[in-house]
Design a protein around this ligand. Sequence first.
Ligand code: MD6
Ligand code: FE
Length: 211
Amino acid sequence: MHGTAEERAPRPVPQEIRGFLHYPGWLSPQEQAALVSDLRAVAAAAPLFSPMTPYGRPMSVRMTSAGRFGWVSDLRGYRYSETHPQGTPWPAIPASIRAIWDAVLPKARAPECCLINYYAEGAKMGLHQDRDEADFTQPVLSISLGDDGRFRIGNETRGGATQSLWLRSGDVLVMGGAARLLYHGIDRIAPGTSMLLPQGGRLNLTLRVVR
Ligand code: MD6
Ligand code: FE
Protein backbone atom coordinates (compact mmCIF):
# COMPACT_ATOMS: atom_id res chain seq x y z
CA MET A 1 0.00 0.00 0.00
CA HIS A 2 1.14 3.54 -0.69
CA GLY A 3 0.49 6.69 1.26
CA THR A 4 -0.87 4.98 4.34
CA ALA A 5 0.69 3.85 7.57
CA GLU A 6 2.52 0.54 7.35
CA GLU A 7 0.20 -2.30 8.40
CA ARG A 8 1.73 -5.08 10.40
CA ALA A 9 0.59 -8.68 10.53
CA PRO A 10 -1.50 -9.67 13.57
CA ARG A 11 0.55 -10.76 16.57
CA PRO A 12 1.03 -14.55 16.66
CA VAL A 13 -0.84 -16.71 19.16
CA PRO A 14 1.45 -18.54 21.57
CA GLN A 15 2.44 -22.17 21.20
CA GLU A 16 2.93 -23.96 24.51
CA ILE A 17 5.93 -26.18 25.11
CA ARG A 18 6.49 -27.56 28.62
CA GLY A 19 4.69 -24.53 30.02
CA PHE A 20 6.83 -22.03 28.07
CA LEU A 21 4.80 -19.83 25.72
CA HIS A 22 6.47 -19.36 22.33
CA TYR A 23 5.32 -16.53 20.05
CA PRO A 24 7.11 -17.16 16.73
CA GLY A 25 7.68 -13.97 14.76
CA TRP A 26 6.13 -11.63 17.33
CA LEU A 27 8.26 -8.74 16.04
CA SER A 28 8.14 -7.49 12.45
CA PRO A 29 11.46 -7.04 10.61
CA GLN A 30 11.08 -3.25 11.03
CA GLU A 31 10.54 -3.63 14.78
CA GLN A 32 13.57 -5.92 15.02
CA ALA A 33 15.77 -3.36 13.24
CA ALA A 34 14.54 -0.61 15.60
CA LEU A 35 15.42 -2.76 18.63
CA VAL A 36 18.93 -3.37 17.30
CA SER A 37 19.42 0.37 16.95
CA ASP A 38 18.21 0.94 20.54
CA LEU A 39 20.52 -1.85 21.76
CA ARG A 40 23.50 -0.20 20.09
CA ALA A 41 22.90 2.85 22.28
CA VAL A 42 22.69 0.62 25.38
CA ALA A 43 25.96 -1.14 24.47
CA ALA A 44 27.66 2.22 23.85
CA ALA A 45 26.96 3.20 27.49
CA ALA A 46 27.29 -0.28 28.99
CA PRO A 47 29.70 -2.33 26.86
CA LEU A 48 29.29 -6.09 26.42
CA PHE A 49 31.64 -8.02 28.71
CA SER A 50 32.57 -11.70 29.16
CA PRO A 51 31.42 -12.71 32.64
CA MET A 52 33.54 -15.15 34.62
CA THR A 53 31.65 -18.07 36.14
CA PRO A 54 32.09 -18.59 39.90
CA TYR A 55 34.15 -21.62 38.84
CA GLY A 56 36.75 -19.37 37.19
CA ARG A 57 35.99 -19.94 33.51
CA PRO A 58 34.78 -17.15 31.20
CA MET A 59 31.30 -17.64 29.74
CA SER A 60 31.20 -17.95 25.93
CA VAL A 61 28.27 -15.52 25.82
CA ARG A 62 28.99 -11.78 26.15
CA MET A 63 26.55 -9.78 28.28
CA THR A 64 25.37 -6.41 29.39
CA SER A 65 22.14 -5.10 30.91
CA ALA A 66 19.68 -2.23 30.99
CA GLY A 67 17.38 -1.23 33.83
CA ARG A 68 17.73 -0.60 37.55
CA PHE A 69 19.53 -3.93 37.95
CA GLY A 70 21.89 -5.90 35.74
CA TRP A 71 22.88 -9.53 36.04
CA VAL A 72 26.56 -10.14 36.72
CA SER A 73 28.74 -13.13 37.43
CA ASP A 74 32.28 -13.32 38.78
CA LEU A 75 34.28 -15.34 41.29
CA ARG A 76 31.93 -14.08 44.04
CA GLY A 77 28.96 -15.73 42.32
CA TYR A 78 25.88 -14.84 40.29
CA ARG A 79 23.84 -11.83 41.36
CA TYR A 80 22.02 -8.69 40.36
CA SER A 81 23.98 -5.46 40.64
CA GLU A 82 23.02 -1.80 40.28
CA THR A 83 26.28 -1.14 38.42
CA HIS A 84 28.14 -2.40 35.34
CA PRO A 85 31.56 -3.94 36.12
CA GLN A 86 33.01 -0.62 34.87
CA GLY A 87 31.28 1.05 37.86
CA THR A 88 28.46 2.95 36.15
CA PRO A 89 24.67 2.58 36.54
CA TRP A 90 22.98 0.64 33.74
CA PRO A 91 21.16 2.56 30.99
CA ALA A 92 17.35 2.62 31.14
CA ILE A 93 15.41 -0.17 29.44
CA PRO A 94 14.55 1.24 25.98
CA ALA A 95 10.84 2.07 25.55
CA SER A 96 10.69 -0.20 22.48
CA ILE A 97 11.66 -3.18 24.68
CA ARG A 98 9.44 -2.22 27.60
CA ALA A 99 6.49 -2.00 25.17
CA ILE A 100 6.86 -5.70 24.31
CA TRP A 101 6.64 -6.68 27.99
CA ASP A 102 3.56 -4.48 28.45
CA ALA A 103 1.83 -5.91 25.37
CA VAL A 104 2.53 -9.59 26.15
CA LEU A 105 2.28 -9.43 29.97
CA PRO A 106 -0.19 -6.64 30.83
CA LYS A 107 -0.75 -7.99 34.36
CA ALA A 108 2.89 -8.45 35.36
CA ARG A 109 4.89 -6.04 37.52
CA ALA A 110 7.28 -3.65 35.76
CA PRO A 111 10.54 -5.23 34.58
CA GLU A 112 13.63 -4.14 36.54
CA CYS A 113 16.29 -5.80 34.39
CA CYS A 114 16.83 -6.38 30.70
CA LEU A 115 19.74 -8.80 30.38
CA ILE A 116 21.34 -8.69 26.93
CA ASN A 117 23.21 -11.82 25.79
CA TYR A 118 25.31 -11.87 22.61
CA TYR A 119 26.25 -15.21 21.03
CA ALA A 120 28.98 -15.20 18.42
CA GLU A 121 29.50 -18.39 16.41
CA GLY A 122 30.33 -21.23 18.82
CA ALA A 123 28.84 -19.57 21.93
CA LYS A 124 26.31 -21.48 24.00
CA MET A 125 24.62 -21.35 27.38
CA GLY A 126 24.54 -24.39 29.65
CA LEU A 127 21.34 -25.61 31.28
CA HIS A 128 20.43 -23.32 34.15
CA GLN A 129 17.51 -22.07 36.22
CA ASP A 130 16.67 -18.37 36.50
CA ARG A 131 16.44 -18.17 40.29
CA ASP A 132 18.30 -15.03 41.35
CA GLU A 133 15.00 -13.10 41.41
CA ALA A 134 12.93 -12.64 44.60
CA ASP A 135 9.41 -13.19 43.19
CA PHE A 136 8.91 -16.36 41.16
CA THR A 137 5.25 -15.44 40.53
CA GLN A 138 6.64 -12.95 37.97
CA PRO A 139 7.49 -14.32 34.51
CA VAL A 140 10.66 -13.89 32.48
CA LEU A 141 10.18 -12.74 28.87
CA SER A 142 12.80 -13.38 26.22
CA ILE A 143 13.27 -11.79 22.79
CA SER A 144 15.53 -13.31 20.13
CA LEU A 145 17.28 -11.28 17.41
CA GLY A 146 19.69 -12.38 14.67
CA ASP A 147 20.79 -15.94 14.02
CA ASP A 148 18.65 -18.93 15.05
CA GLY A 149 19.42 -20.51 18.42
CA ARG A 150 18.45 -23.98 19.61
CA PHE A 151 16.77 -23.59 23.00
CA ARG A 152 16.63 -26.62 25.29
CA ILE A 153 14.07 -27.11 28.05
CA GLY A 154 14.47 -29.61 30.87
CA ASN A 155 12.92 -30.12 34.26
CA GLU A 156 12.86 -28.53 37.73
CA THR A 157 15.89 -30.58 38.71
CA ARG A 158 18.93 -31.48 36.63
CA GLY A 159 18.56 -34.55 34.43
CA GLY A 160 15.57 -36.23 32.84
CA ALA A 161 14.11 -35.85 29.39
CA THR A 162 14.53 -32.54 27.57
CA GLN A 163 12.91 -30.93 24.53
CA SER A 164 14.33 -28.37 22.15
CA LEU A 165 12.96 -25.66 19.92
CA TRP A 166 14.61 -23.26 17.53
CA LEU A 167 14.27 -19.60 18.48
CA ARG A 168 14.37 -17.31 15.45
CA SER A 169 14.79 -13.58 15.02
CA GLY A 170 11.67 -11.77 16.24
CA ASP A 171 10.44 -14.62 18.46
CA VAL A 172 9.20 -13.96 22.00
CA LEU A 173 9.27 -16.67 24.68
CA VAL A 174 7.63 -16.42 28.11
CA MET A 175 8.75 -18.54 31.05
CA GLY A 176 6.12 -18.23 33.78
CA GLY A 177 3.70 -20.13 35.97
CA ALA A 178 4.62 -23.79 36.36
CA ALA A 179 7.52 -23.35 33.90
CA ARG A 180 9.20 -20.55 35.87
CA LEU A 181 11.89 -22.73 37.45
CA LEU A 182 12.55 -25.20 34.64
CA TYR A 183 16.15 -25.71 33.57
CA HIS A 184 16.87 -24.29 30.11
CA GLY A 185 19.80 -23.27 27.92
CA ILE A 186 21.07 -22.69 24.39
CA ASP A 187 22.77 -25.67 22.70
CA ARG A 188 24.16 -23.69 19.79
CA ILE A 189 23.38 -21.00 17.29
CA ALA A 190 23.13 -21.50 13.52
CA PRO A 191 25.51 -18.94 11.95
CA GLY A 192 24.37 -17.18 8.80
CA THR A 193 20.64 -17.76 9.30
CA SER A 194 19.74 -14.08 9.72
CA MET A 195 20.81 -10.84 8.05
CA LEU A 196 19.63 -8.64 10.94
CA LEU A 197 23.02 -8.17 12.62
CA PRO A 198 25.73 -7.09 10.18
CA GLN A 199 28.40 -8.87 12.25
CA GLY A 200 26.24 -12.02 12.54
CA GLY A 201 25.51 -13.88 15.75
CA ARG A 202 22.50 -13.87 18.04
CA LEU A 203 21.16 -11.42 20.61
CA ASN A 204 18.81 -12.55 23.34
CA LEU A 205 17.10 -10.13 25.69
CA THR A 206 15.52 -11.36 28.92
CA LEU A 207 13.29 -9.03 30.89
CA ARG A 208 12.85 -9.79 34.58
CA VAL A 209 11.33 -8.47 37.76
CA VAL A 210 14.20 -8.67 40.23
CA ARG A 211 12.83 -7.73 43.68
C1 MD6 B 1 18.84 -17.40 25.39
N1 MD6 B 1 17.64 -17.53 27.41
O1 MD6 B 1 17.79 -17.55 24.76
C2 MD6 B 1 18.92 -17.68 26.84
N2 MD6 B 1 15.86 -17.46 30.44
O2 MD6 B 1 19.86 -17.01 24.85
C3 MD6 B 1 17.39 -17.75 28.70
O3 MD6 B 1 18.24 -18.11 29.48
C4 MD6 B 1 16.02 -17.53 29.15
O4 MD6 B 1 15.08 -17.46 26.96
C5 MD6 B 1 14.63 -17.29 30.94
C6 MD6 B 1 13.52 -17.16 30.15
C7 MD6 B 1 13.66 -17.21 28.79
C8 MD6 B 1 14.94 -17.40 28.27
FE1 FE C 1 17.61 -18.21 31.55
